[in-house]
Design a protein around this ligand. Structure first.
Ligand SMILES: *[C@@H]1O[C@H](CO)[C@@H](O)[C@H](O)[C@H]1NC(C)=O
Length: 129
């Protein structure tokens, strides 16, 4: 019995080493938290609302695509280029039409509303080559 248990454990360990570890190593140096969302007021008032500029930057060397931000309640009186930022349901917005955002090529857009919305990254696909 003990021998079978040991064998079982050993094969689980091997499975872990061969399957899980390489993936972790490959993705290890990039995470969702490497998507940086910076916002600031532009100082302009548009249609009575404060205008904000949003910069979405991938600060990691690996490409990230399918980037979704939490945009619950988001609203704006100025239109935003939907290829940069668009609502996909009540809670999520997609960035750059789901296309990759490369480091040092941030996505920039403006919106105007009474308040600044938290636009936290909630999802991305990470592609390290
Ligand atoms: C985007 O991230 C890269 C890598 O950290 C950094 O060098 C660059 O200055 C950032 N760009 C902006 C606009 O924050």
């Amino acid at each position: 019995m003990a021998a079978i248990a040991k064998l079982f454990l050993a094969s689980l360990t091997l499975l872990y080493l061969s399957q899980v570890l390489p993936k972790k190593l490959a993705l290890g140096h990039c995470e969702l938290s490497d998507i940086e969302v910076e916002q600031k007021s532009t100082g302009e008032i548009v249609k009575g609302k404060t205008e904000y500029e949003v910069v979405i930057n991938n600060t990691c060397i690996c490409t990230q695509y399918n980037i979704h931000l939490d945009c619950n309640g988001f609203n704006t009186v100025v239109s935003i280029d939907p290829t940069k930022f668009r609502k996909i349901d009540d809670y999520q917005c997609s960035v750059n039409n789901e296309h990759p955002v490369f480091t040092e090529a941030p996505i920039v857009f403006k919106y105007a509303w009474d308040i600044m919305f938290d636009l936290n990254p909630i999802y991305s696909t990470i592609a390290c080559s």
